[in-house]
Design a protein around this ligand. Structure first.
Ligand SMILES: Nc1ncnc2c1ncn2[C@@H]1O[C@H](COP(=O)(O)OP(=O)(O)O)[C@@H](O)[C@H]1O
Ligand SMILES: [Mg+2]
Length: 362
């Protein structure tokens, strides 16, 4: 290792000359020799020494040794060893808090000077190593964090894109069915096409709500129900003066899979109410009530005050697909379904979130 370069700050010429001589003999290079604090700061900027030997009580200039040392530490990160002629306790106390790398009391022997310098240089090197390692770790950490953030953002964009496309594809399927049904004369057959379209659209709406929402994994189900009901009313041209639909839905978030299953159930039961509850222009009300209950359970009630569900029909074992779907989807949710036919028709479904988050039932 090349000889350490040292700046000597000492206002007594004889002392500074002696120190310079002593340092040279010890094999150090004295880069400069100045007499005041401000000259020391200037010299450090110019000669960039490895260490500064600083007289604490400089009489010349506006700043003393302690102040100059603090500035040198802060601006240039160079170790400073204090030189002091006598034990000026107050100055020494100040010196201690300026991150001193040691001090040496004049006059000093070669051995003491060398030990003080070497200890300061070693301490400084050790500190630098720690600083470098810390900075490296920090930079690495920041890089990883930025990478994770970027990849998360990328995935969110991708997920939005996927929901968008799934929704578009569902809509294309629905349009294809609509186009195909235009060529069908048979009323019943056209109806079958239309019901299929509604089922597809109820699923498309889940994906639409998902890519429009902040949270890509969960859907505001109250908001979804309102959208679904509006779509069903316009699709079946329900006159709101004749059939009044009332939605009471608590703001709650459901995962994709649960929302799809519930959406299909609502689709079936509300359409049934429209289709069978009010024959021959009867008027009445359809209620949808969605709320969360204790233990993470949700309750979904769909009712109408129409003519009532046929007494002789077992709603759990129908020949028709609609209620079969409702029963199967309720089972898939791990829920229960009850039918109350005292006044009109009321279905009450109770379920919890699907155990496997985000699993889509198709
Ligand atoms: N809200 C309701 N009011 C009166 N009858 C209903 C109601 N919901 C269902 N039904 C009766 O239950 C039957 C089975 O319904 P569903 O399984 O959905 O079959 P689909 O709608 O294909 O006829 C219907 O045909 C109808 O007679
Ligand atoms: Mg039906």
């Amino acid at each position: 290792m090349s000889a350490a370069k040292i700046l000597v700050v000492e206002d007594e010429v004889i002392t500074s000359t002696a120190i310079k001589e002593q340092l040279n003999q010890l094999g150090y290079t004295v880069v400069d020799k100045v007499a005041s604090g401000s000259a020391a700061i200037k010299s450090v900027a110019k000669s960039s020494p490895d260490l500064v030997l600083m007289d604490i009580t400089l009489k010349k200039g506006d700043i003393d040794g302690v102040t100059a040392a603090a500035r040198i530490r802060e601006e240039f990160k160079i170790p400073v060893v204090y030189l002091t002629a006598h034990s000026d306790e107050a100055t020494l106390d100040r010196a201690k808090v300026t991150e001193a790398f040691g001090y040496i009391i004049k006059p000093f022997a070669d051995r003491d000077l060398r030990i003080a310098i070497e200890m300061a240089l070693n301490k400084h090197r050790a500190e630098q190593l720690v600083e470098e390692a810390t900075a490296q770790k920090l930079a690495e950490h920041e890089r990883t964090e930025a990478q994770i953030k970027a990849s998360l953002q990328e995935k969110e964009v991708l997920l939005k894109e996927v929901h968008h496309r799934v929704k578009n594809n569902f809509q294309i399927i629905s349009s294809l069915l609509s186009l195909q049904s235009n060529s069908i004369q048979d009323e019943r057959c056209r109806e079958v096409f239309k019901i299929s379209q509604n089922r597809i659209e109820s699923m498309a709406l889940v994906h639409e709500k998902l890519y429009l929402s902040e949270n890509l994994a969960q859907i505001d189900f109250a908001d979804y129900i309102k959208g679904l009901v509006a779509d069903l009313m316009s699709s079946y041209q329900v006159d709101s003066d004749t059939i009044d639909i009332r939605v009471i839905a608590e703001r709650a978030f459901l995962s994709l899979g649960t929302a799809i299953a519930c959406g299909l159930i609502i689709n079936e039961l509300v359409l049934n109410a429209f289709k069978y509850g009010f024959p021959e222009g009867r008027s009445g009300e359809v209620y949808i009530n969605f709320c969360s209950e204790d233990d993470g359970k949700f309750s979904l009630a769909i009712s109408d005050n129409g003519i009532g569900f046929p007494q002789d029909l077992d709603f759990k074992h129908t020949e028709s697909l609609g209620l079969q779907l409702v029963n199967a989807l309720t089972a898939q949710l791990g829920g229960t379904i009850e039918l109350n036919r005292d006044k009109g028709t009321e279905y009450k479904i109770t379920f919890t979130e699907m155990p496997r988050e985000g699993v889509v039932p198709y």
